[in-house]
Design a protein around this ligand. Sequence first.
Ligand code: ADP
Length: 256
Amino acid sequence: QLDSRVQDLPRDELGELGASLNRLAERLKETNELRKKMTADVAHDLRTPLATVRSHLEGMIDQVIPASPENLESLLDEVKRLTTLVADLQEIAQADVARYRFNLEPLALEPFLAGLVQQMTPLFQKKKLRLALRVVQPATVRCDRDALTKVMENLLSNAHKYTPSGGNVTVLLEREETQAVIAVQDEGIGIAAADLPYVFERFYRTDQSRNRESGGFGLGLTIVKELVEGLGGSVTAQSTPGAGSCFTVRLPLLPE
Ligand code: ADP
């Protein structure tokens, strides 16, 4: 039955149908490849910290590694990293399945950012970093407070992670025509030009952060991008290796 209906279609429509079926097949294949790659990446990322925790615990049981507070602390750090990975994966799965269900409300960015900066200051002080908010122009957006909090926490925690002690991190707020602009500027290790286009991709980490113990799993910026785009905005990155990075979030201003 379907066959005869397909035969009745004019030639160009048939061609179009064929082409879109091909595109669909292509996309399904890509999605499948991506899923396979992601599973392999997750397995790899889980294996390393688990192996560390396991060998240390075994060493402690066999009494070849002392169960000192420092050793236990470093095990706790590994467990914390694993917890973050699981939370990030959950976040991404949620975004994939249902897009986010945003609770949009008018949000004045100046008090919102001031609160966030105040809340994160002790963490920055611990590492002898200065965290400051600079408001060039106040702005109000229609936004989901929790989602924007996650975005800012991710960007600030990267700035914190990748800036050596003594550096400055500045959150800048201004307006640009119909957009509110929030920039997180740091004086950290920076990102090489070759890496910059990929930092928002899943599991992407630069070699520099792969070699650091404090590095995450390369999911934070993926979450940032998905959330910001879900909110109708955009996020970009600029960086000078050795001098610092700047991540800029643009969100549509609430019409007056
Ligand atoms: P991670 O959890 O590994 O930090 P992200 O997705 O947040 O993952 O970031 C991806 C990569 O981009 C990081 O591994 C790091 O190499 C680089 N990066 C992100 N933010 C900064 C920054 N502020 N300064 C330098 N490098 C950064």
